[in-house]
Every structure is written in C-alpha cells, then in structure tokens.
Design a protein around this ligand. Structure first.
Ligand SMILES: *Cc1c(COP(=O)(O)O)cnc(C)c1O
Length: 389
C-alpha cells in the first residue's frame, strides 16, 4: 500500500492489508507472548506489552492519517497523555492553553503537581503571549484546538514557530478535529495526542488513546515509557478502532455537515444565549480555523462538536437535558450517535465551582456531540427540548 494515496483510500486500506490467507479484514492476534526462534529472543514479536501485530496495524493506520512517521496506541486517551507528560523531568514547566479537557487539568493539577511539574495556563489564542511565560525550565507547550469544551481555536503554525525559537516541544490534542479536519504535524507541532475513544473508533465501544510523531528519539522515549508503564491498547480494541477508522472520512463529512447546520439553527434560536462553533463567522477563531481545519478535499471542516448556552440556570438545563428523544444524555463524544450533557455536571464536577465558572463553563453551558443521524431529526429534537425550558 503506497503512502501517497488519498485520505479515504488510506483510511480504508492502511493497516488492513490482507495477510497470507487473503483475509480482507485483518486478523486479531489475541496473544500475550510469542515463541522465539532462538534462545537470544531474537524474534520481532516477543511480548504484547511491547509489540502486538494487531496494535501495530492500527498504529500504521494512525501514522498514515496524521502524516506522521510513528504512532503508538494506548489503553486510553489519558494513558497517552500520561506517557507524553512522563518525558518531562521534575521541576520542569509547561505552558498550556487555559481550556483543556477536564481529565487533562486533573492529571496536571492532581498527579504531576506532586512531581513539581509546574503549569502556566494561558490564553494561547494570542500566541505571542508565550514569551511572557517562558522560564529556564519551560519544556513544553500543550494545546487543544478546538478545545474541549469551549472550542477555542489556537494557531498551531504560529505557536510552533514561537515555541521552536525557544526549543519547546509543541503537543496538540487533536481529538476534536481528527486528522480528517486537521493534521497538526504538518503545521509544525511535534506530538499529536488522540483519545481514540472519540471519532477515530467512532462507535462509543472502545476506550483508547494514541500519540503520533516524527522524531526518532522522542518515539523511542515514549515507546520505552509505554513498555515500562504498560498502558497498551488490547488486540481486540485495536481491531475495533481500526475498523472504526475505515469509515472516518465518511463519518467526518457528515459530522461536519450536521454540526454546521445545528450551529446555524441554534444561533437563530431565541432561547439560546450563545453558540460556540468555529464554523460560525462570529466565532473569534473562525479565520484561523478556516486556514488550519482543512479536509483532505481542501474544504474547511469545523468538526462535529457544538457548545452553547441556553437562557436560564440549572433548573432550565436539567429540564432541557432530560427532554430528548433521539439525542442521548451522556458524556463522551465522537460516536455515530448524538450525545449531549452539561460539562459542569460532567468531569468538571471534580473541580471547584468558582474556578469552572470563571473559565466560562456555567450551569447553562451545554456540550453537544453532533452525530451522523439525519440532521432534520436532530433539529426537531432540539426544538421540542428548547420549548420545555
Ligand atoms: C476524552 C478526551 C480525552 C481523554 O481520553 P480517554 O480516552 O477518555 O482517556 C483527552 N482529550 C480530549 C480532548 C478528550 O475529549
């Protein structure tokens, strides 16, 4: 399989090449250990914590889609994030976007703080601001774009230029955009992180994570960390994710389309106070998003996540969220089915309420993972739920 095929062809075929049997669906190597050709253990595969052929197929696929030299699959998005943070030494410093997935805040503030890793949370929508926060011990710039759940857009190219002048590593959590809409390594980032749980697996049936990168030394380092700490993706979950990826391009087209329609609908609704979607002209990151969120067809792809504030407080939010007939009330995102919830009652319930509200995540703030159902049914469902508040 050539590497220079187009995105959809790569999604369908890379990692799924027939083996010696001719099977057009890849085999699952449900195995922990491999018989060795000699006493020096010189086989390619030795033990599945380090290398497993099914996981290796998935990694080949992710690397191809992210235009990366390497990818590594982990047992969750958090295990992938943990492995990347473990390249830091105690006392080192991170400059991070001030809006990140709640679990990322949690691991930084409650786990890595104990190893004296320091974090400055900064509004990196202005990349030039980095200079103000750099210290001798700064090692890494960590961003999400679009961010979870505020959908802030950060200019990956500009951030990378500035960070690299200071020898800082640029890490981009690309979970929301997916490689279909955005390929951060091609814009200058050093490391891409994914929660495979979301769009890549795409069917709400897997917990998994991945790291994609080009640098040989960094790859060896993260591979060593993964083999040592053991957060690997199982052969079966690797297979499920690989199967999910085979339709990524088709699903993302529909997610992009549906989310744009929903954002426009909500934007006009009298019971909606504000809509956060980078595809809307009034979104402060719209111009940058139009440049860096480009599908392989060359068109802008703003993703399937829409956040919004309804008019009201917790009472209205509860009534709204409990009225849906098609859309499911659940955390997580990126599956074929639409999921909705209020982040303040999700992962942010572990954080002090004032801090969360200060970030802009209020009681009436809703995060909507727009699925690939018929958009008319989703709009009808939203319409009847908005009538109840
Ligand atoms: C869900 C998510 C994670 C964590 O991934 P898990 O697979 O749940 O461990 C990390 N980053 C973002 C942006 C996410 O949405």
């Amino acid at each position: 399989m050539k590497d220079n095929y187009r995105f959809g062809t790569k999604a369908v075929h890379i990692g799924c090449e027939p083996d010696y049997t001719g099977a057009v669906s890849p085999p699952i190597y449900m195995v922990s250990t491999f018989k060795q050709p000699d006493a020096y253990m010189s086989g390619k595969y030795i033990y599945s914590r380090s290398l497993n052929p099914t996981r290796e197929r998935l990694e080949k696929s992710i690397a191809a889609l992210e235009e990366a030299k390497y990818a590594l699959a982990f047992s969750s998005g958090m295990a992938a994030i943990d492995a990347v943070l473990r390249i830091l030494n105690p006392e080192e410093h991170i400059i991070a976007l001030d809006n990140l997935y709640g679990g990322t805040f949690r691991i930084l503030n409650k786990v890595y703080n104990r190893y004296n890793i320091k974090v400055s949370y900064v509004d990196l929508r202005n990349p030039e601001i980095i200079d103000m926060y750099i210290k001798p011990e700064t090692r890494m710039v960590y961003i999400e774009t679009p961010s979870n759940p505020l959908l802030k857009i950060v200019d990956i190219k500009r951030i990378s230029e500035i960070a690299h002048q200071h020898n800082l590593l640029v890490v981009v959590d690309n979970t929301f955009a997916t490689p279909y809409n955005q390929r951060p390594l091609t814009l200058g980032a050093d490391i891409v992180i994914h929660s495979l749980t979301k769009y890549l697996a795409g069917h709400s049936d897997v917990i998994g994570g991945a790291v994609a990168l080009n640098d040989d030394e960094l790859y060896e380092k993260i591979m060593f960390i993964r083999s040592s700490t053991g957060g690997v993706l199982s052969p079966f979950d690797s297979w499920l994710t690989l199967r999910g990826i085979r339709t990524l391009h088709v699903r993302m087209e529909k997610h992009n389309y549906n989310a744009m329609k929903i954002a426009e609908y909500l934007n006009e609704h009298e019971k909606v106070e504000k809509v956060y979607y980078p595809g809307l002209k009034e979104h402060p990151g719209h111009e940058i998003a139009r440049k860096q969120m480009i599908t392989p067809k060359g068109e802008p792809g703003f993703g399937g996540m829409v956040s919004f504030k309804i008019r009201g407080g917790i009472k209205e939010t509860v009534r709204f969220l409990e009225s849906f007939k098609v859309i499911l009330l659940a955390v997580s995102l990126g599956g074929v089915e639409s999921l909705i919830h209020a982040p303040i009652t999700g992962i942010y319930r572990h954080m002090p309420r004032e801090e969360v509200e200060k970030m802009g995540i209020t009681e009436n703030f809703i995060r909507f993972s727009v699925g690939i159902e018929d958009v008319e049914d989703l709009i009808e469902d939203l319409e009847q739920a908005l009538k109840r508040i």
